[in-house]
Design a protein around this ligand. Structure first.
Ligand SMILES: Cc1cc2nc3c(=O)[nH]c(=O)nc-3n(C[C@H](O)[C@H](O)[C@H](O)COP(=O)(O)O)c2cc1C
Length: 200
C-alpha cells in the first residue's frame, strides 16, 4: 500500500499543503486529494495556483519539477460521498488534513461526515489508521482547544503548523518542509526533508 489521503481546507497556510503533497509525491505515494471550496481559494491566493482544478498536478510539476512524477494524484470533489476514500474497505496508509481549519477540526471531532473530507477523516479514525490534523489558528479559544482534544481522544494526531528554528531555516520552504516532514513521520514514512537533531 502506497496511498495517502490529503485534505486541504481554508485555514491560512497553502505552503504547508503544497510542500506536504510535494514530499509525498517525491516518496512515490498515490494521493487521493480532496480540497474544500475555501481550500481552492487558499491555493489561489496564497499558493499562486490559477488554473482549472484538474490542472493542479501539472502545476506541481511546474513548481517542483519532474521529481513529483514519482507519485500521482487522484482528485476528488469534496461533495462526492461515493468516492473510494469514503469507504473503509479501501486500504490506505492514512490521511492528513493540511492546513486544517477550525471548522474542520470541529466537524471531524464530532464525526459530522457531511462531505468527503470529513467522511475520509472519519474512516481513518474508525479503521484505526493514522489521521494527522495540521491546525493553523492563533490564538486558540476554548472551543478550538476542546475540539482538538476530542479529535486527539478519538485517535487523531494533532500536529500544529508550528515550525521549529533549530534547523536554521533560510526560506519559507524550509519552514514548511519541517511541518511536511513531521507529517510524513506521523504517517510512518521515511524522508530526508531536514536532518535529524544530532545532539549538542
Ligand atoms: C484572511 C483569512 C484568514 C483566515 N485564516 C484562518 C486560519 O488560519 N485558520 C482557520 O481555522 N480559519 C481561518 N479563516 C477562516 C476560514 O477561512 C473559514 O472558516 C473557512 O470556512 C474555512 O474553510 P473551510 O470551509 O475549508 O474550513 C480565515 C479567513 C480569512 C478571511
Amino acid at each position: 500500500m502506497n496511498q495517502v489521503t490529503v485534505g486541504i481546507t481554508g485555514a491560512s497556510g497553502a505552503i504547508y499543503a503544497l510542500r506536504t503533497v510535494r514530499a509525498l509525491m517525491i516518496c512515490g505515494f498515490q494521493i487521493d486529494l480532496i480540497v474544500s471550496e475555501f481550500g481552492w481559494m487558499l491555493l489561489r491566493d496564497e499558493g499562486g495556483f490559477e488554473g482549472k482544478k484538474k490542472d493542479l498536478p501539472e502545476f506541481l510539476v511546474r513548481c517542483y519539477g519532474d521529481v513529483v512524477r514519482n507519485g500521482s494524484i487522484t482528485m476528488h470533489n469534496s461533495e462526492n460521498m461515493a468516492a473510494t476514500v469514503a469507504s473503509g474497505s479501501v486500504g490506505s496508509n492514512g490521511m492528513v488534513v493540511v492546513p486544517c481549519s477550525m471548522k474542520y477540526v470541529s466537524s471531524i471531532a464530532i464525526g459530522a461526515s457531511t462531505n468527503l473530507i470529513e467522511r475520509a477523516a472519519d474512516v481513518a479514525l474508525k479503521e484505526k489508521r493514522p489521521l494527522v490534523l495540521v491546525p493553523r489558528e492563533t490564538p486558540f479559544n476554548l472551543v478550538h482547544l476542546r475540539n482538538l482534544t476530542a479529535a486527539a481522544e478519538a485517535g487523531a494526531s494533532i500536529l500544529p503548523a508550528m515550525p521549529a528554528f533549530y534547523q536554521n531555516p533560510v526560506s519559507f520552504d524550509d519552514l514548511a518542509d519541517f511541518i511536511a516532514g513531521r507529517v510524513l513521520s506521523q504517517l510512518g514514512i521515511a524522508h530526508d526533508l531536514y536532518p535529524p537533531w544530532e545532539g549538542s
